[in-house]
Design a protein around this ligand. Structure first.
Ligand SMILES: [Zn+2]
Length: 550
């Protein structure tokens, strides 16, 4: 029996508190399977005032013969969708006029564009060298081949790098490529993995040596901090940062990510050695430049991370000016500011200042003790300044329980879960099942970019199978179904970016979607990790296309 059947059975069982959604899901599936999708027709027509100005009305696109999981409130599965002026104008019953481009999906699975509600794409977009995504390869030979292919883009002598979203665990060999293997790439190569591990090749070793950085015969780099600081200081310019920012957004469209909510970095005025460190006042500039040029390939939502000491004098030396001199939820459909996070800083007084300003605040929690403290502090502030409507967030929550979920929910706080495929141990959380079945607001995040991977399918694999990328069971009984997982990363994440018109394929919403290379709901569990998008559309623009459809 396929996993798809068991998902549907679970949906139809209606055993959780998502009963309304889930009952709708079962009905949607039944309607689509029984009536050829015709039952899912929605009214056509342009949404009032929507879409980028100046785009010609004839700029219309219709996708037909798909299995389109809309993730709308009824969980309709549609066969066709029409897009005009960057928005969906018909779902289920398109009637393309003359001159409209029609793409035949030949039965492919379509999902709403994935929203990563907390990652570190801005750090990835500021990496030194020609940062090269390696989250789509699973063996050392494939990784080396990807680096060799990348060298075609890179002038001789310039660095090919992968810093952050890469891990030995993703490779069958359970290690990083070594120096000899990287020497087959005819450029200096520097790899720095999430959660430890570095490798460089001989050309990189020669370049780094005058700066006091050593590379062993195996390719291990030391000191790592000095190496990264040197690469940043010597290689980063406004132009190279802009190139990296463009590449970062573009790379993740191949997995269907259409919106990133960036959760900041640790601040340093000058180039530093920490993998999560950047200048938090200037690191957004390359993305702002792309936005001005109109060359962003995914939406970016920006949060501001602050770490003021609770005992600083004067108080809140960085958070105070940020709240006074910045705007929350300000920007456009491609790039917009958000709140404070993933550190708020300043203790309870910091929380008070954020609440008083009417901003969202987010803190991450790495233990049950930490999340308990966060909730106690928020209860103190909530008694003075209601947080109920400010959509505050607690993320990661490896330790969590019913009591804390109830107390957070009572303040209107939502939780973000994900963050799992590189973790080790047993029952290490987050307790996906507990929070999904609880009334608390829940969404999906990868937290990838510096300490883990961003590829959503690697994260979904763990959430669904309970196994990390080494194959170890780490979640106990706290797994989710495929449908539940995808819902968290699409429709549920509307709440976390405070926008209603993304995350589902509905008339009037931004036309963000991904056409998958295989059926997420039908493939073997082991294949989930390998899913990619063959066509990703953001705001009606095709931003990624392998030319396998159409
Ligand atoms: Zn984070």
């Amino acid at each position: 029996m396929s996993r798809r059947s068991s998902d549907e059975e679970q949906q139809q069982a209606g055993i959780s508190r998502r009963e309304v959604i889930r009952t709708g899901a079962a009905a949607g599936v039944a309607a689509a399977l029984g009536a050829g999708g015709a039952a899912s027709a929605a009214a056509a027509g342009p949404p009032g005032g929507a879409g980028p100005p100046g785009q010609p009305a004839g700029d219309e696109l219709t996708l037909v013969n798909g299995v389109i999981h809309t993730m709308d409130p009824d969980n309709t599965i549609a066969r066709a969708v029409s897009i005009r002026n960057g928005r969906f104008v018909a779902v289920g019953a398109p009637s393309p006029g003359p001159g409209v481009r029609v793409i035949n999906l030949h039965g492919r699975t379509v999902i709403p564009g994935i929203i990563d509600a907390h990652d570190h794409i801005v750090l990835v977009g500021n990496r030194p060298g020609w940062h090269t995504g390696l989250e789509h390869v699973f063996t050392i030979p494939d990784a080396v081949a990807a680096l060799q292919a990348r060298s075609a883009d890179v002038p001789p002598g310039e660095f090919i790098t992968c810093i952050g979203p890469i891990s030995a665990r993703q490779f069958e060999e359970q290690r990083l490529p070594n120096r000899d293997e990287l020497d087959t790439v005819e450029r200096p190569v520097y790899l720095q993995a999430a959660q430890g591990g570095t490798r460089a090749n001989s050309e990189a070793a020669t370049w780094l040596a005058p700066f006091g950085v050593n590379v062993t015969e195996a390719g291990v780099v030391s000191p790592v901090g000095l190496a990264l600081q040197t690469l940043r200081r010597e290689l980063l310019t406004p132009e190279t940062r802009k190139r990296s920012a463009f590449d970062a957004l573009q790379y993740f469209t191949r997995f269907g990510i259409t919106t990133h909510r960036d959760s900041g970095a640790f601040h340093a005025d000058e180039p530093a050695g920490g993998i999560a460190t950047e200048n938090t006042y200037t690191m957004h500039f390359p993305f702002l430049a792309l936005d001005q040029e109109g060359t962003m390939s995914a939406r970016l939502r920006i949060d501001f991370l602050h770490q003021d000491s609770p005992t600083a004098d004067p108080p809140l030396p960085t958070l105070g000016p940020r709240l006074q001199n910045s705007f929350t939820l300000f920007g456009n459909d491609w790039l917009r500011t958000g709140g404070i996070g993933e550190f708020t800083g300043g203790g309870v007084n910091g929380l008070r200042a954020i609440a008083r300003a009417g901003w969202r605040g987010e803190d991450h929690a790495l233990s049950l003790g930490a999340v308990t403290n966060h909730i106690v502090n928020r209860e103190t502030v909530h008694a003075e300044i209601p947080l109920t409507d400010l959509r505050w967030v607690l993320s990661h929550i490896p330790g969590f329980n019913q009591d804390l979920a109830g107390r957070a929910h009572a303040m209107g706080i939502g939780v973000l879960v994900g963050w799992g495929p590189l973790r080790t141990g047993t029952n290490v959380g987050p307790p996906y099942r507990l929070v999904f079945d609880h009334p608390i607001t829940v969404g999906y995040h990868s937290d990838g970019g510096d300490i883990t991977v961003i590829n959503p399918w690697l994260n979904f694999y763990t959430m669904i199978t309970g196994r990390n990328l080494s194959g170890d069971h780490i979640l106990g009984d706290q797994t989710l179904t495929r449908w539940e997982t995808l819902w968290l990363a699409t429709a549920a994440n509307k709440w976390f970016i405070w926008e209603d018109d993304v995350g589902s394929i509905e008339v009037g919403n931004h036309a963000d979607l991904a056409v998958l290379d295989r059926d997420f709901f039908g493939v073997d569990e082991e294949e989930i990790r390998h899913i990619e998008s063959v066509m990703t559309i953001v705001g009606g623009r095709i931003v990624h296309d392998t030319e396998e459809v159409g």
